[in-house]
Design a binder for this molecule. Structure first.
Ligand code: ATP
Ligand code: MG
Length: 778
């Protein structure tokens, strides 16, 4: 065994080493609490696999977020060398199954360029499926119009829109559990079976799959096609899975089939399961025990990450969950450290000021172990809560990185979408037009280049703008050496731009514009850009170019932008009405460009020397010396979600929310600050999260807001000493079911946008865009 491997294995404790070095042909399950070295042990396991002669390219490591994948590659690279780490396949489930489905698309009755339907497109297909099932004749009348290679054909009276919500839930659930239309019918659900069948037919006719299909189709490939199974088994000789608790039943089936060679290691902690809105199902641990009966189970129980106060505070919160599969005694030999600080602020600005001051104070205090910015993280439930921190950190010149965002903005696809939107603004530059042609012309690279060069040549020759030259060329005035197909496609690009321009001028929401525009980017272009990207020197199967994740980031950016640039509480439509869509889009694009250059600058500081801003979901598996969890209020954690105006409490969801806080708390090594605010930006009173009361007094130090203290000292009833009065208040609103909490924020935008797009596509015609630019500029 190489010295480095040996050294690493010797650095593990006895139990960890036993796990890492156990017989590789025996399925291994490691269950343990946070910070107990699960991932470290998994790294040891990979070293063992390599040492036993399994080549790095035959090892598949699965995890749940791209950040965790990058982290794992780093850890392995540090011992086995970067070159070996690069050969490993470290992937998230979705990108892995996407890759598999694309490689065998024809077996799924698709072409390799199949589309992936996100929430909005799925909704449209469902409206169509409902319509078809209600109107048998509709089947013959159905017409499919293609807009920028996108399915887009539905007449959508309100009736269908309302029904579609219900059916979308039905279809999603049916798919997550792997139900077929026939199975629905057999269970007596004739209508459900019909709608699911219609929906599947529509997706097939549009060469599309939705997100649930990716996993179920992967399972299908392995079960129905022995040659695919053999190919996969020959390639993936060993599989390791981190964060196993987040695996859905369908994902688990996939792993079970793939891992019949028994070289499988699963690592997880049921208390950290926070993706149930995605179908994650912790019963996977039991299924594993059942399906791999000769498995070996190892439990780790020493927390190496956090100080005693943090470990105990986190344990005291999670122990209130009733549904825990495996009770774990987590202990630590680390020092007690300082108590968990629970800080009250009267509003988000005050909260932000406190955090920023603390960061500066820590950074200037050289004796403090957490003095470098890279050891500090600010965690929040929703991306939007981090916005105010970006502004404040920027003002105070503190370098920061936002997880995921820096990478996404560099995406060519994002640039293409932005360029397409920019063409509607008065001062659009030639570069953006050029980028649009690159994205929209459906040719191979060389041919594309030739067409674009020709436009450049004409524009230089006539001393006019790129777009004027393009308009002249494609209206056949100056077709020159271009072929007929090139002219036709060029004209199509102009028509798409015209459509976008119309959209912007009649649209009431910039999210809707961006969503519609994103849907016009051809799949071919997305595939072209889908190359494997290098993140921090490692190979990650890339799902970031997938239009859905890109869109989610963009929509996040829009809500961040609106929330900081405009009066809080004002709806987007009101703002658009007041300012106009064009000027708002312009401001938004300026804002993105500004941040992009900033990210570029701050990348030079890299993640080691900048404060991390991230959602709790994205923080899984990671750790920092000092962690601030912000806005730990009722309505954030747990997140309130109302149905028909009535907030309902759902035990399961509350437990998941508690796990979310648990994950956040256990990211901290040395100091943990939990913050809540007493008032929102509309002066509405907010309650601290109910979970804060679960941290016993002796583990926490409560710091009330100074303004509240003032009030308390003036009020004889509250001056008796407790600074914890707010936390002891009962929340006056009951939390409720939190299904799909992560996504509902985005989904509402998707829905709006799709409805708008449908209406738009119906009324689209004309040639205003061409007219605008065909005026001779000479
Ligand atoms: P999570 O549940 O949050 O993913 P984990 O169980 O995967 O946590 P790791 O991230 O592997 O835990 O380890 C937590 C920290 O403890 C890391 O900083 C790691 O280097 C350290 N650590 C793990 N095992 C040991 C050990 N045997 N001796 C010293 N430090 C250790
Ligand atoms: Mg881990």
């Amino acid at each position: 065994m190489p010295d480095e491997y040996l050294k690493y294995l010797l650095s593990l404790n006895e139990r960890q080493r036993e796990a890492a070095c156990s017989d590789i042909s025996i399925p291994l399950m490691i269950v343990a609490g946070p910070g107990s070295g699960k991932t470290s042990t998994m790294v040891g396991r990979v070293l063992m696999l390599l040492n036993e002669g399994i080549s790095a390219s035959n090892i598949l490591a699965m995890t749940f977020t791209t950040a965790a994948a990058a982290e794992m590659r780093d850890r392995i690279g540090a011992v086995a060398g970067k070159a070996t780490a690069k050969q490993l396949t470290i992937s998230t489930f979705h990108s892995f199954s996407l890759q598999l489905c694309r490689s065998h698309a024809e077996k799924l009755e698709r072409t390799p360029e199949f589309l992936i339907y996100g929430h909005g497109q799925q909704r449209r297909a469902i409206i169509e499926a409902v319509r078809l099932s209600e109107d048998e004749k509709g089947r013959q009348n159905r017409s499919v119009a293609i807009v920028g290679e996108e399915y887009n054909s539905i007449t959508s009276p309100h009736h269908y829109k309302d029904a579609s919500k219900k059916w979308q839930k039905f279809v999603t659930q049916a798919k997550a559990s792997g139900k077929t239309p026939d199975e629905c019918r057999k269970m007596g659900d004739e209508t459900g079976g019909k709608i699911l069948g219609n929906y599947n037919d529509i997706l097939k006719s549009c060469n599309a799959l939705d997100y649930h299909d990716l996993i179920s189709c992967s399972v299908k490939l392995l079960t129905d096609f022995p040659e695919v199974l053999k190919e996969c088994q020959d390639l993936w000789k060993a599989i390791v899975i981190d964060e196993f608790q987040d695996t859905s039943a369908m994902q688990y089936s996939f792993l079970r089939i793939l891992a019949s060679h028994n070289h499988i290691t699963i690592v997880g902690d049921d208390d950290q399961s926070i993706f149930s809105f995605n179908g994650a199902d912790i019963s996977g641990f039991d299924s594993f025990r059942r399906d791999f009966p000769n498995y070996k189970e190892i439990r780790l129980n020493k927390n190496y990450r956090s100080t005693r106060y943090i470990v105990e505070a986190a344990s005291s919160v999670i122990k209130n969950n009733k549904k825990r599969c495996q009770l774990k005694n987590v202990d630590t030999d680390n020092s007690s450290g300082s108590k968990v600080i629970i800080k009250e602020s009267h509003n988000e600005d005050a909260q932000c000021a406190f955090v920023v001051d603390k960061i500066l104070e820590t950074a200037s205090n050289r004796s403090d172990a957490g003095c470098s910015y890279g050891n500090i993280a600010i965690l929040y439930r929703r991306q939007v809560s981090g916005k105010v921190f970006q502004t404040a950190l920027r003002e105070r010149k503190i370098p920061f990185n936002i997880h995921g965002v820096a990478v996404y903005r560099k995406k060519v696809v994002v640039r293409a979408i932005i360029a397409m939107v920019k063409t509607t603004l008065p001062d659009c530059d030639d570069g953006s037009y050029r980028q649009v042609f690159k994205a929209l012309l459906p040719f191979e690279k060389e041919e594309k280049k030739k067409v674009i060069e020709y436009i450049d040549k004409i524009s230089a020759h006539r001393k006019c703008s790129f777009i004027s030259a393009a308009c002249d060329i494609f209206s056949a005035k100056l077709s020159g050496t271009l072929k007929r197909t090139q002219l036709t496609q060029g004209r199509k690009v102009l028509l798409t731009l015209e459509m976008i321009s119309k959209l912007v001028h009649r649209e009431q929401s910039i999210s809707a514009v961006i969503t519609s525009v994103a849907n016009m980017v051809p799949q071919k272009y997305l595939l072209e850009q889908r190359a494997v990207v290098d993140v921090d020197g490692g190979k990650l199967l890339n799902e970031d170019n997938d239009i859905r994740s890109v869109l989610q980031y963009l929509l996040d950016d829009i809500s961040d932008f609106l929330s900081t640039h405009f009066v809080a509480g004002q709806g987007e439509r009101e703002v658009v009405k007041e300012k106009g869509c064009v000027s708002l889009l312009k401001a938004f694009i300026d804002c993105i460009s500004e941040r992009e250059s900033e990210n570029f600058r701050s990348r030079r500081h890299d993640n080691q020397s900048s404060v991390t801003l991230t959602t709790i979901h994205q923080s899984k598996g990671l750790e920092w010396d000092i962690v601030f969890i912000i806005k730990v209020n009722e309505s954030e954690i747990p997140l309130l979600h109302e149905f028909n105006g009535v907030a309902k409490e759902n035990g399961t969801s509350i437990e998941e929310e508690r796990r979310l806080l648990y994950v956040a708390m256990t990211r901290a090594r040395r100091k943990l600050f939990i913050l809540y605010v007493t008032m929102d930006s509309n002066w509405q009173m907010l309650q601290p999260s109910r979970f804060l009361k679960e941290i016993p007094n002796h583990l926490r130090e409560v710091q009330a807001d100074i303004s509240t203290q003032d009030l308390q000292s003036k009020n004889p009833d509250t001056s008796k000493g407790t600074t914890w009065s707010t936390a002891d208040l009962q929340p006056n609103v009951q939390p409720s079911e939190v299904d799909s909490v992560q996504n509902d924020f985005h989904h509402s935008k998707f829905d709006e946008a799709s409805a708008e797009l449908i209406e738009f596509a119906e009324g689209n015609s004309g040639n205003g865009f061409l007219k605008r630019f065909c005026v001779d500029e000479r």
